[in-house]
Design a protein around this ligand. Structure first.
Ligand code: SF4
Ligand code: SF4
Length: 167
């Protein structure tokens, strides 16, 4: 109810998120890119999916909800912690992904096959599977959301799920 009111009062929900997360305060210092773990995590790190790249496209008014590059960020919040301008980039990414999903743009959102909830972006899952394969680990371990993974593990160990602490 409150969320619906915010969207209507603010007009364009994407513009409202851009404003709330202070993207226009960016001074293009580059600290977010220099500190970002995506450069290590992805073997094809690109300006197009860096914080700077996405911020630039958002401020230019491009339709970033349809841009698959918004699904690479790991939402670690390191960039926001270091940003001298107070840009809340990880929160921005979280919000625009939720907005994209609510508008039916779901091809890069991975849902848990057990509970049906979105839990990770597709590029992250694909890269995690590559890394796990390189380490000789089974990729199916990340195919359930954290809660369902705990429940699944409890069932495999034959413990009643009600006895497993959540959170
Ligand atoms: S650290 Fe902040 S001000 Fe600097 S480029 Fe990144 S978002 Fe912009
Ligand atoms: S929140 Fe995203 S863009 Fe910022 S440092 Fe973490 S991975 Fe990089």
């Amino acid at each position: 109810m409150k969320q619906e009111g915010k969207v209507i009062a603010g007009g364009d929900p994407l513009a409202k998120i851009i404003d709330e997360k202070k993207l226009s305060l960016c001074v293009e210092c580059g600290k977010c890119v220099a500190s970002c773990p995506m450069a290590e995590f992805y073997d094809r790190f690109s300006f197009l999916f860096s914080a700077r790249g996405i911020i630039k496209k958002a401020l230019l008014g491009l339709d970033i909800l349809k841009d698959s590059n918004i699904w690479f960020c790991l939402e670690c919040d390191v960039c926001a912690q270091l940003c001298p301008a107070g840009v809340k980039y990880a929160e921005f990414v979280e919000d625009i992904r939720q907005l994209a999903i609510s508008e039916g743009i779901t091809k890069n959102s991975v849902v848990c096959p057990r509970c049906g909830r979105y839990y990770l972006p597709l590029p992250t899952v694909e890269r995690l599977k590559e890394i796990m394969a390189e380490m000789g680990l089974a990729g199916e371990f990340i195919e359930l959301c954290p809660q369902c993974r705990r429940d699944d593990m409890a069932e495999k160990l034959a413990f009643p799920t009600g006895l497993v602490k959540s959170g």
